[in-house]
Design a protein around this ligand. Structure first.
Ligand code: SF4
Length: 474
């Protein structure tokens, strides 16, 4: 078995965060429920993890630290968090704000209504403008995250109630936000008006739960009720009463990259199965690109499903070509980016006996920087593959994302400055094909999606995004 070392930072793109909230009518050890749900969302963020629980009316106990969920929380830390009727949790991958514990979430603060906690997934594009404006008026901030800006503005506007503050503040935010907020014994869940970030509501033994993905609800045997609607604010009181309202009319345009790469294959988002969308992409690619080859394989983990779809539709055998060591561990948590890149390695191994002497079709979910593809193809050739044809289950990534996915500048993206022939040569493939955007959208249920990173058709207009125009949402 041959292997290649790839810096963690180069392994695909990264989501910013995963969030969880649970509201019960009875006091119980909800921190444990949140722990297991966060564990299922670990793929959405591996830099820090945290849990906050309410107690004694409007007090909040919390613990957060750098590391994976299993590293941050042992029995000892979980025991610090009292039984409660309401708890929230968070896993983080930083794209705004540096990677240190002060930026870990939930954000816990004293507000007009006592102690509160907030967990956020997404990116508020105009957070700097709002922060500067608030600082001018005497506000102080502890961290560099947009999530603290969200908390501060909600508090600023909560003159009559927290719910009113959330309504008013959300109208000011430009960008992506899925939130769970803990106030008193209440949980409030919010999804931005485009539904850019996923947020699903579930139920277990009368408790109401919220999570970034349905796989987190499955992990704790909860039943999915429905997705939180774009622009919706759902309040769950300690007695279980549930109220829904809107801060804005929905303008549904969720992130299509969730289906391509970010979400787990066993999740369903906005009634579309991630697994089915990936499998269908593979089937469509087989119809579109008929290549004279011996075997098909997928880059683990997210491209394996599309590769199986391709194999089924093409009649070619699916084989395992690559094995990925998923364990990253604490070495990932280094304060400096350069330290991370040099010290953190993920090992990809090739199954030499499966590919030796074979013409291989390799399916990947996306090509972002191109560095990973190049190393993988070189590994496959060195392990005996006679041809490597790369087929990508997403279109060329040409444009940055402003909404919390880690591809923020065009220079980071090989598709931003190279055409397909050039990319093929650079990564060393015998041929290179991408799925057309219309087919990807069709595989994802044919809805209107944010596809900004492929064609600059963003959920927000690029002008307002780039300027961080604070009035764009008003
Ligand atoms: S630009 Fe791409 S990654 Fe960013 S939200 Fe839109 S579809 Fe998702």
């Amino acid at each position: 078995m041959r292997s290649v070392i790839i810096p963690a930072k180069e392994m695909g793109v990264h989501e910013e965060c995963g969030i969880v909230g649970v509201q019960s009518t009875k006091k119980k050890p909800l921190a444990r429920e949140v722990y297991f749900a966060l564990f299922a969302l670990q793929h959405r963020g591996q830099e820090s993890a945290g849990i906050a629980v309410s107690y004694d009316g409007n007090k909040v106990a919390y613990y957060k630290n750098m590391g994976l969920v299993s590293e941050v929380f042992s029995e000892e830390e979980l025991a610090l968090l009292p039984d409660t009727k309401a708890a929230i949790g968070h896993v983080r991958y930083s794209t705004t704000g540096s990677s240190n514990v002060i930026n870990a979430q939930p954000v816990v603060f004293y507000g007009r209504y006592g102690r509160m906690a907030l967990a956020h997934n997404g990116n508020i594009v105009n957070s700097t403008a709002i922060r500067d404006e608030m600082i001018k008026h005497g506000h102080i901030f502890q961290s560099s995250t947009d999530s603290e800006v969200i908390a501060a503005l909600i508090n600023e506007y909560s003159t009559e109630s927290v719910e009113q503050g959330i309504h008013e503040a959300c109208k000011r935010f430009v960008g992506a936000f899925a939130l769970v907020i803990l106030t008193g014994d209440k949980i409030i869940a919010v999804r931005d008006k485009y539904g850019l970030k996923p947020l699903v509501m579930g139920e277990k033994d009368g408790d109401v739960l919220f999570a970034s993905e349905s796989c987190a609800l499955d992990a704790i045997d909860a039943r999915v009720i429905r997705d939180v609607n774009p622009g919706e604010i759902i309040t769950v009181e300690s007695g279980g009463k549930l109220t829904s309202s809107r801060y804005a009319d929905p303008s549904m345009k969720p992130c299509i990259f969730e289906y391509v790469y970010l979400a787990r294959s066993d999740s369903t988002i906005d009634d579309v199965s991630v697994y089915d969308s990936r499998y269908e992409c593979g089937r469509m690619l087989a119809e579109l690109y008929k290549i004279d080859a011996d075997i098909v394989s997928g880059v683990p983990d997210s491209a394996v499903v599309a590769a199986r779809g391709y194999a089924e539709a093409s009649g070619l055998p699916y084989v395992d070509a690559l094995s990925k060591n998923r364990y990253i561990g604490r070495t990932f948590i280094q304060p400096e980016q350069s330290q991370r890149e040099s010290s953190v390695k993920i090992k990809l191994n090739a199954f030499r006996s499966n590919i030796k002497g074979k013409r291989l079709i390799l399916i990947d979910d996306s090509i972002v920087r191109g560095t990973t593809s190049k190393k993988i193809i070189s590994l496959l050739r060195a392990s005996g593959a006679t041809e490597v044809h790369m087929i990508v289950a997403s279109p060329v990534v040409k444009f940055p994302c402003y909404f919390g996915v880690d591809m923020e500048t065009k220079e980071q993206l090989i598709g931003g400055y190279r055409n397909e022939d050039e990319i093929c040569k650079i990564i060393g493939a015998d041929s290179l094909h991408y799925i057309p955007l219309e087919l990807l959208k069709k595989a994802c249920g044919g809805k209107d999606y944010c596809t900004g990173c492929f064609n600059a058709d963003y959920a927000e207009t690029v002008e307002s995004v780039v300027k961080g125009d604070k009035t764009a949402n008003e």
